[in-house]
Write a protein that binds this ligand. Structure first.
Ligand SMILES: *Cc1c(COP(=O)(O)O)cnc(C)c1O
Length: 371
């Protein structure tokens, strides 16, 4: 049996006609920049996220960059974030001209450890950028409390967690703003790149709209330097077809996660730790095992596709050597990078295939660690 990590063709087969019609309608209209599809998607994603405003942008990466720019974060500033995330999180902080300051994670949740944030705050700290990794929101209350105490902005990197909740509050709605990605492998994925920022701050929203189109207002008059961060209406039209399915798809992932949890109970496989106050959307189902590389090789031999998110924490990346971190600086993130393995968890995964994945993991673990 062959099992992919994600099967977007299976998903596409269920919505093909609607997607084709939606794309055709945009092309017929030839409204290929801005327009009603963008505003409709913004309205719906804002509502979904319990936020007043949403700004469609070109990617999750640009959502982060545009947020930093709108908050005037740049040279001389520091932004606290996690080293265990996709590169874009810290890449954007550096591109904005600021310094990423990495705080170690809680190895159980893989998310930034709120307890360690305070020690990283300096007079230069301007913001905290928590990442809701793999679909589960960070423990936000202590993060928000520290931010309020020191007057810091909070930019939620919610690229992997659209519609997830924490104590009933939606991803992206708790901080100063929240950033989503519509990269195809995210729970709500476009047919290319796309992203969105949500916020409840009206003046921040205005600045983001301005920055998205070169800071021009009116056209050809630039009070601020922005960029081209626009979302493509064809992508917006496709996302509008997919949006009504998001809850069912996330529910399917939760069902699959529950099945794995059951199969891996009483085994050496560490299943993802779910905070009681969170509903995760399981963008990834990442287990932890001590002989991870050997297990990954075993899975490959048995034709099960897995992935390591992420093999090298950001503080150990060559491009961030100037920040001065060393091996051992952030041991929890380093341990996670050595031990995680993401398994297929996509909603279209059949029980038969999933059972094969679970068997293969358990056989592999038994073979590698005989008891
Ligand atoms: C995907 C992702 C991004 C970047 O989103 P893009 O749409 O690919 O630019 C940023 N942060 C995290 C945590 C992500 O998973």
């Amino acid at each position: 049996m062959k099992v992919p990590l994600l099967d977007l063709k299976a998903q596409y087969a269920t919505i093909r006609d609607e997607v084709m019609a939606a794309v055709d309608a945009v092309l017929e209209s030839q409204q290929c920049i801005g327009g009603p599809k963008i505003t409709e998607l913004e309205r719906k994603v804002a509502a979904l996220s319990d936020c007043a405003f949403a700004v469609g942008v070109s990617s999750g990466t640009d959502a982060l960059l545009c947020s930093l720019m709108a908050l005037n974060i740049g040279a001389g500033d520091e932004v606290i974030t996690t080293p265990f995330t996709f590169f874009a999180t810290a890449g954007c902080i550096a591109r904005a001209g600021a310094r990423p300051v990495f705080v170690d994670i809680d190895l159980r949740t893989f998310n930034i450890d709120p307890e360690r944030i305070r020690a990283a705050i300096t007079p230069r700290t301007k913001a905290i950028m928590p990442v809701h990794l793999f679909g589960q929101i960070c423990d936000m209350d202590p993060i928000l409390a520290i931010a309020a105490e020191y007057g810091l902005s909070v930019i939620e990197d919610a690229a992997q967690s659209i519609s997830a909740t924490y104590k009933g509050r939606k991803a992206g709605s708790m901080g100063t703003c929240g950033c989503f990605s519509f990269f195809p492998s995210k729970n709500l994925g476009a047919a290319g790149d796309g992203g969105m920022i949500v916020t409840n701050d009206a003046s921040l929203y205005e600045r983001m709209v301005l920055l998205r189109s070169h800071g021009a207002r009116p056209k050809y008059y630039h009070a601020v330097i922005g960029g081209n961060f626009r979302l493509d209406p064809i992508q917006a039209a496709i996302l509008l077809v997919k949006l009504p399915h998001l809850d069912a798809w996330s529910e399917g992932r939760r069902r699959n996660a529950a099945y794995y949890n059951e199969r891996f109970a009483d085994s050496p496989v560490q299943t993802p730790y779910a905070l009681a106050e969170c509903v995760s959307i399981y963008n990834q189902y990442s287990i932890r095992v001590s002989q991870r590389d050997a297990l990954a090789e075993h899975m490959k031999q048995q034709a099960v596709q897995t992935e390591i998110y992420y093999p090298l924490p950001l503080h150990r990346q060559q491009c961030f050597a100037y920040l001065g971190y060393r091996e051992g600086s952030l041991p929890q993130a380093e341990a996670a990078a050595r031990e995680v393995l993401a398994l297929p968890c996509y909603p279209e995964l059949t029980r038969q295939l999933q059972s094969y994945v679970a068997d293969t993991v358990l056989n592999g673990v038994a073979m590698l660690q005989p008891v």
